[in-house]
Design a protein around this ligand. Structure first.
Ligand code: NAD
Ligand code: MG
Length: 387
């Protein structure tokens, strides 16, 4: 039996992971589960999957969670230390699916405890990719991409020699507003931005998909996972969300990964160590789809994407600062204190400010990553009032 834990078990990726486990109970032992505010679902999942230990990130929910699990042999913890306690359990495989930079330390802890880490939490790769990779190498464990584009890249590159690759294309659906012009984006609301045309995901990544901040993070994630420089990464808008990545090779050949917009495909590929299982997913019927469209993104409409490529070029602490500024800007957009396009303005101003003060060191140490994360948030907060 493979021992597993899920960090962020109550979210969209966490629930999809548990859905796969529920179809194959004999092969998995669920050790730890974590959540934050939805302790009802956390408790329900812990009981259903007979977990050993659970943690809520929210200290004030500890007693209620404990109450819900009284009578069960399940250890209950809370707060960041509780999450780290779950992450440090001895298991074979951990799903890192906490949203935001809050996923960094737990994911790192899981690697240090010797687990193979399936990484949905792209923010930890963006903020601290080299640190994550070093930890996996030192422990001799795998760091496995779960983001659909990065899972697709790993599938496309399988069996290929890396020095024959001329370019990787990753696709973006264009999100909720793909049919609007830049001018029409001025008045859009968080509620409108939270409706994704193709994917069913958590609210934050759904809004990041509409602004293409998500794709900006993914461009950096692609560099960190596959060692690609910016000239070798291209983003194309592909409204059907069926082609996730394309590898372009020197001999003119291109290999595209096509799959349904269902994260269980990429999660299962990571869970079953690159084996292809018979999954309950809808087969894409290309004759019904008819056309696959691709177009270059317009940086006027999607300024966040341009910022992502700048960060990729910069390296060092720029990724951590960029992600933190983006998280702060998104919080303010959700609170109706910042406009949709204002998010990119705030992030851009924050990055300029930090760069002008030489605060984006090329050296990447964990303490510096955590420090710039909190500093970038306060700088971004200051700029929110100006846009
Ligand atoms: P979600 O909002 O649905 O779930 C987030 C999970 O994180 C929940 O379990 C929540 O309880 C937990 N959480 C929230 N704040 C926390 C904190 N401060 N400390 C500890 N736990 C906390 O998000 P999601 O859509 O499942 O996305 C999770 C991660 O996977 C993100 O990094 C996202 O970018 C990435 N991802 C998601 C998808 C998708 O289809 N949903 C696809 C690719 C990548
Ligand atoms: Mg993705």
């Amino acid at each position: 039996m493979k021992k597993i834990s899920i960090l962020g078990a109550t979210g969209s990726i966490g629930r999809n992971t548990l859905d796969l486990i529920s179809r194959d109970r004999d092969h998995f032992k669920v050790v730890g589960l974590t959540g934050a505010n939805n302790i009802e679902l956390l408790a329900e999942s812990a009981i259903k999957f007979n977990a050993d230990v659970v943690a809520t990130a929210n200290d004030s929910k500890f007693h209620d969670l404990k109450q819900m699990l009284s009578g069960y042999q399940i250890e209950v913890c809370a707060g960041i230390n509780g999450i780290l306690e779950v992450a440090s359990q001895k298991v074979d495989w951990v799903m890192s699916s906490i949203v935001g930079s809050a996923g960094l330390l737990p994911g790192l802890k899981a690697l240090e405890a010797g687990a193979n880490l399936a990484l949905a939490n792209k923010e930890s790769m963006v903020a601290a990719g080299p640190i994550m990779k070093r930890a996996s190498e030192e422990m001799g464990v795998k760091l496995i991409p779960v983001d659909s584009e990065h899972s697709a890249i790993s599938q496309v590159l399988r069996g290929e020699e890396k020095n024959t690759l001329s370019k990787i294309i990753i696709t973006a659906s264009g999100g909720a507003f793909r049919n609007l012009t830049a001018a029409e984006l001025i008045d859009v609301t968080p509620e409108q931005a939270s409706k994704h045309p193709n994917w069913n995901m958590g609210q934050r990544i759904t809004i990041d998909s509409a602004s293409l901040f998500n794709k900006a993070l993914e461009v950096i994630e692609a560099k960190e996972f596959f060692g690609l420089e910016s000239s070798k990464i291209e983003v194309l808008i592909h409204p059907q969300s069926l082609v996730h990545a394309i590898g372009c090779f020197f001999d003119g050949g291109m290999k595209a990964h096509i799959g349904p917009p269902d994260m269980r495909h990429a999660i299962a590929y990571a869970l079953y160590e690159e084996k292809r299982l018979n999954l309950p997913l809808e087969e894409v019927d290309l004759s019904k789809v008819g056309t696959l469209d691709f177009e270059k993104p317009d940086y006027l409409k999607y300024p966040a994407l341009k910022l992502g490529f700048d960060v990729l070029e910069h390296g060092g602490l720029a990724g951590a600062a960029f992600n933190a500024a983006k998280e702060e800007a998104l919080d303010n957009f959700l609170d109706h204190k910042l406009s949709f396009l204002g998010m990119a303005d705030v992030v851009s101003a924050t990055m300029d400010e930090l760069a002008s003060k030489n605060q984006l060191s090329p050296e990447l140490e964990l303490d510096a990553v955590l420090e710039i994360d909190s500093h970038a948030r306060s700088v971004a907060k200051m700029f929110v009032d100006k846009f």
